[in-house]
Design a protein. Structure first.
Ligand SMILES: [Zn+2]
Length: 465
């Protein structure tokens, strides 16, 4: 772990980057969007072994191994049909060690080594010869009380973390965390895709269930909307400040209520065409923003993933197995109905993400650099990487400035990677700002202020934390 990692190699810029990073490296972590399991914090769990900790929950890691011919069964990834998979954690770890060179040059490798070094005190590169020894060292460390999840949360200096839940989620873990007296702030984000996307498996049953939970008649369009609004209020009572929408595209719609009723009826009957399904999802984005006028929740749109592209892998292992592939995504036309209605609201915030980097300079930065309602989320998923972050800054900042972005968020399921990801983002911010300072485009005192804004202040402001 070189202390100048990710900094420019130019000596002038490097000195500036070091100074800027020094100002932000110890700021608290604000993690406004992610997918860690709230049960971990409620039960204050201990992670059991290195494979369960690093590999099995992390599709960044096993997708790479799979791409080189390693079977998911041999990595202990559970099968949908309950068929047998490798259960020996040490064997899985050895397999990982054997193929560790596949991760050269990837951010996964940098996150992994950050955790090995700062948490487990291990500064050697994993290889087949030391795999067993590292395994034993990690096992010993995991057994200690300071490795329970709440102690790590405090050690990571996490000020607040958001988890993601569906409107059907009773949020019992969040209630338990609040009731436990522990001071860690874990809040839910409202992710209604299973009720707003008719393509979601079980959509009709989910709508019925929503009616049971809320006491609304969700067989009617108006009752369905009231029920969703009620669940949003419930999330807000549990501390939530945002919603999140993972639609295939950024399409929005603003239809009259009779057209909405007709679409909703067809959705319940399961007879929507492809185009109508897209239109329904688009209408629901607009409805979600309309509801934000009432409850103030910040809207996040995460479009553009072709989910579970590998059909046979999906049949065997289900969603989130590293087979989600980015697609081209249009924003300018897709968001027009939403922006025509709400684009000039300066007290609402819609945060846009993308998996289509070509849209940053062509569409997203100009949109966010104009409409008061819009902000740009940080580089996401495949682009949460040193080069991805640098490209983002080069494509976005000149048009949208820093202040139409929302700083960093880690969007992770892998708890131990959180400090590594935030540290990487802080270093890349420092590196980019150092370039501007060295070229006399920005004074260093301003750059220092921007660094704090990107790490901390903008994140809290955008997500109302
Ligand atoms: Zn996410």
């Amino acid at each position: 772990m070189h202390e100048d990692r990710f900094f420019p190699s130019d000596p002038v810029q490097r000195q500036i980057a070091r100074r800027l990073y020094g100002e932000i490296k110890d700021l608290p972590i604000v993690s406004p969007h992610g997918h860690t399991d709230p049960r971990w914090y409620a039960d204050n769990i201990a992670f059991t072994d290195p494979a369960e900790l690093f590999l099995i929950p992390d599709h960044y890691l096993f997708r790479m191994l799979y791409s080189q011919g390693v079977l998911l069964e041999n990595l202990g990834i559970p099968r949908i049909d309950g068929g047998s998979v490798e259960g020996d954690s040490r064997k899985i770890w050895r397999l990982f060690a054997e193929h560790y060179h596949f991760f050269r040059g990837t951010p996964s490798r940098m996150w992994f080594e950050h955790a090995l070094y700062f948490l487990f005190g291990l500064d050697r590169r994993l290889d087949p010869a030391n795999a067993d020894e590292l395994y034993d060292r990690i096992m010993e460390t995991l057994a200690r009380p300071e490795f329970r999840v709440r102690a790590l949360f405090e050690r990571f200096n996490i000020e607040v973390i958001a988890t993601t839940g569906s409107p059907l989620d009773p949020l019992e873990h969040h209630r338990a965390i609040a009731a436990s007296g522990w001071r860690g702030r874990v809040i839910p984000a409202f992710r209604p895709d299973l009720l707003t996307d008719p393509d979601f498996a079980g959509f009709q049953g989910n709508v019925v269930r929503l009616g049971e939970i809320t006491g609304e008649n969700t067989a009617s369009w108006e009752g369905y909307l009231r029920a969703l609004a009620a669940r949003r209020r419930f999330f807000k009572e549990r501390g939530g400040t945002s919603t999140d929408h993972g639609h295939p595209s950024a399409v929005t719609a603003d239809l009259d209520s009779s057209a909405c009723r007709a679409l909703f009826d067809k959705a319940l009957q399961g007879v929507l065409s492809r185009d109508e399904t897209e239109l329904f999802r688009g209408q629901m984005l607009t409805e979600m923003v309309r509801m934000s006028l009432e409850d103030g929740l910040v809207i996040q749109i995460h479009p553009g993933a072709y989910r579970s592209h590998n059909a046979s892998l999906f049949r065997k292992f289900g969603h989130d197995k590293g087979a989600d592939i980015p697609t081209r995504t249009d924003y300018v036309r897709a968001l027009k109905p939403l922006l025509d209605r709400f684009g000039n609201e300066s007290c609402l915030t819609v945060i846009l993400f993308t998996l289509d980097e070509t849209s940053y300079s062509r569409e997203l930065a100009p949109l966010a650099g104009h409409y008061p309602i819009l902000r740009l989320g940080p580089p996401w998923w495949f682009f949460d990487s040193p080069e991805g972050m640098m490209r983002y800054k080069r494509l976005v900042v000149e048009t949208a400035g820093f202040y139409n972005t929302v700083g960093f968020n880690d969007d992770t399921r892998a708890f131990l990677s959180i400090p590594a990801r935030h540290d990487m983002a802080r270093r890349i911010d420092s590196a980019f700002l150092a370039e501007l300072v060295s070229r006399h485009q920005l004074d260093e005192d301003e750059a220092a202020e921007v660094a704090v804004d990107l790490t901390y202040r903008l994140v809290k402001q955008a997500y109302k934390l």
